[in-house]
Design a protein around this ligand. Structure first.
Ligand SMILES: Cc1cc2nc3c(=O)[nH]c(=O)nc-3n(C[C@H](O)[C@H](O)[C@H](O)COP(=O)(O)OP(=O)(O)OC[C@H]3O[C@@H](n4cnc5c(N)ncnc54)[C@H](O)[C@@H]3O)c2cc1C
Length: 576
């Protein structure tokens, strides 16, 4: 990777890659441990990624209610969760979330009271992330906006010792030498248009895999959000008060028991009492599959007609942006039926990601930690979506743990000699053969999306469909590996943008192959992973599907050591 502009060179203790909630919690924590911290974001930290556009609910559960919350979540996720991880997350979130001035469900003071619109009962994503940016910046963390990372840097011992990327607006490369790195680049939604997710192209997965990190749960990468047709508004908390109709007005489905956002603290409708329980939400997976099936037969329409009239005003305050898009289309969602579509939210509302090897979110590679959607969330939510509360709580807890451990690692190493570092990136960066013409990434991106985004292929899976898609994706991968690269060159901004797009395309191709190879290995239906050729859940497959390698990925199955949570005897534990 070369460019005419002089590279920006930085030396830091902890480098945090990403600028969403996971990255900002990691950066704040590492800084509070005394480390010098640099944060690089592909967009602008505080407004980039899913959370400022979409996130509202956090899994913030008081101690007395945790047992029930854990049992319910485990059931929804197909019994793949691990109790110790869930307890640790709930405790860490309980401790840290109030630092921002938000208490259970309602703003009780601090920023949210001052800034949230009257009547709002949630944390509003834009307010939250703006405040996180302010805190990170005031703590002394150096923030580089519009500075995507392209690859990790390794020292002579194979430890991760920094990263390299580009500054898009300045048209120049950057190279940061660091004692430890936290990858928090979010998940992968394959540029499907899901709200705020187009920066989530799986870059962190590819960077991690290139230095030897395995991924886990990538079969749970096919969560489909529901949008008013033609929009990207996939906020789905109000599905629970919706009726879905076919073109003739026949009811396809009434209500929803597994909607993302329909559960957890603050998940209820304003003015209607507490949030509904999520027990029975296992049915939600079946409901989504049934809706996708109906959608493949013809248009499906939605109306929020089950919302009690007294709740409607509060619903507008709760998720204003959901209503803005409908208002613009001239639709009153309480009275009018509007056509819906499905958008692939990939691992953003799915759960797959980098496999962690200990409770600090270490990847097993010296110097490298992961946080947020870059890490697998199977131990928390199994194969069900973590959106709607657990994912946001995970960004706080995994950000805290990884930031603390990365700081300790970096500070423990002391002064580092200015040794030579080597770039670990390959596909999309350093082609094995003759470089393709400029702009080739566009066609390749469409080819990847054609296999991974259609609900007919990825929402309702089968061995035959997965095999056929993998054949196409393997061809795309070979083309990328052999020829795709951003141009070397002199043209500054245009050049570095092209480099980012090429690398994003490589990451999306790699993520799609990991997703489908993992899906092939799970020969059953469980949670969001629906196989038409294996419609039942097989109790013998309560394991993790772990995938390693970039060019020729290999799948292994890993036993889950924890017993099934519903079988756990909490009373015995309390008595012990
Ligand atoms: C519609 C919708 C609604 C949701 N609502 C909820 C909810 O209410 N509750 C809940 O728990 N979860 C919710 N989720 C999920 C939640 O938003 C995510 O789990 C959460 O945002 C993950 O945070 P993160 O920091 O890991 O990633 P993100 O928020 O996606 O942030 C990733 C950051 O990394 C940056 N980045 C990407 N690539 C690079 C690179 N190469 N170099 C540098 N920076 C990079 C991006 O610019 C971005 O700043 C929702 C998701 C969707 C799609």
């Amino acid at each position: 990777m070369t460019s005419a502009a002089e590279p920006l060179e930085v030396d830091t203790d902890v480098l945090v890659i990403g600028g969403g909630p996971a990255a900002t919690w990691a950066a704040l924590t590492a800084r509070s441990e005394g480390a010098r911290v640099t944060l690089v974001d592909k967009g602008m930290c505080g407004s980039s990624g899913v959370a400022p556009a979409a996130t509202v609910g956090h899994w913030w559960v008081e101690p007395a209610k945790r047992e029930q919350a854990i049992i319910e979540r485990d059931e929804v996720g197909g019994n793949l969760s691990e109790r110790s991880w869930m307890l640790a997350l709930l405790e860490e979130t309980w401790r840290r979330w109030p630092e921002l001035g938000l208490t259970h469900g309602y703003p009780a003071g601090g920023i949210f009271r001052r800034m949230a619109s009257p009547g709002a009962r949630y944390c509003q994503g834009p307010i939250y992330l703006r405040e996180m940016r302010r805190r990170v910046s005031h703590s002394g963390v150096r923030i580089l906006d519009h500075s995507p990372a392209l690859e990790l840097l390794l020292d002579a011992d194979g430890a991760v010792a920094g990263a390299a990327g580009v500054q898009r607006q300045k048209g120049r490369p950057w190279r940061i030498r660091a004692g430890a790195v936290v990858l928090a680049t979010g998940g992968c939604a394959w540029k499907s248009g899901s709200l705020g997710s187009n920066v989530n192209t799986g870059d962190g997965y590819l960077m991690a895999a290139e230095v030897g990190v395995s991924l886990s749960g990538m079969e749970f990468s096919n969560y489909y959000g529901i949008v008013p047709k033609g929009s990207s508004m996939d906020k789905n908390g109000f599905n629970m008060v919706s009726t879905f109709y076919d073109a003739d007005g026949n009811i396809v489905q009434s209500g929803w028991s597994g909607a993302a956002g329909a559960s957890g603290p603050g998940g209820g409708l304003p003015g209607t009492g507490p949030a509904p329980s999520i027990s029975g939400a296992r049915a939600g997976t079946g409901q989504k599959a049934a809706l996708i099936r109906a959608h493949l037969q013809g248009p499906v329409f939605q109306r929020l007609d089950l919302a009690p009239p007294q709740a409607r005003e509060g619903m507008r305050a709760q998720m204003p942006n959901f209503f803005v898009s409908l208002d613009r289309l001239g639709i009153d969602p309480f009275l009018d039926r509007y056509e819906i579509d499905f958008v692939n939210e990939g691992t953003v509302r799915g759960t797959g990601g980098a496999r962690v090897v200990d409770d600090t979110c270490w990847t097993g590679v010296p110097g490298l930690w992961v946080a947020g959607d870059t890490a697998s969330r199977e131990a928390i939510v199994g194969g069900a979506s973590g959106a709607g509360a657990p994912n946001a709580a995970w960004t706080i807890s995994s950000g805290t743990w990884s930031g603390r451990a990365a700081a300790a690692h970096a500070l423990g190493r002391g002064a580092r000699p200015a040794a030579e570092l080597s770039g670990a990136g390959h596909a999309g960066l350093r082609p094995a053969g003759t470089p393709l013409p400029r702009g080739s990434w566009r066609q390749l991106t469409v080819a990847i999306q054609d296999e991974i985004n259609p609900p007919a292929k990825n929402g309702l899976r089968s061995g035959a469909k997965l095999d056929a898609s993998l054949r196409e994706l393997d061809l795309v991968w070979d083309t990328i590996r052999d020829g795709l690269a951003g141009p070397d060159g002199s043209s500054g901004e245009a050049t570095v943008r092209e480099q980012v797009w090429a690398r994003e395309t490589a990451a999306m191709a790699a993520s799609a192959r990991w997703a489908y190879l993992s899906a092939l290995a799970r020969t059953e239906s469980r949670a969001m992973h629906v196989r038409e050729d294996f419609p039942s859940t097989d109790p013998g497959q309560r394991h993790r599907v772990v995938i390693s390698g970039v060019d020729a990925p290999q799948v292994t199955l890993e036993e889950i050591q924890d017993p099934v949570i519903s079988a756990f005897d909490f009373a015995d534990e309390a008595a012990a």
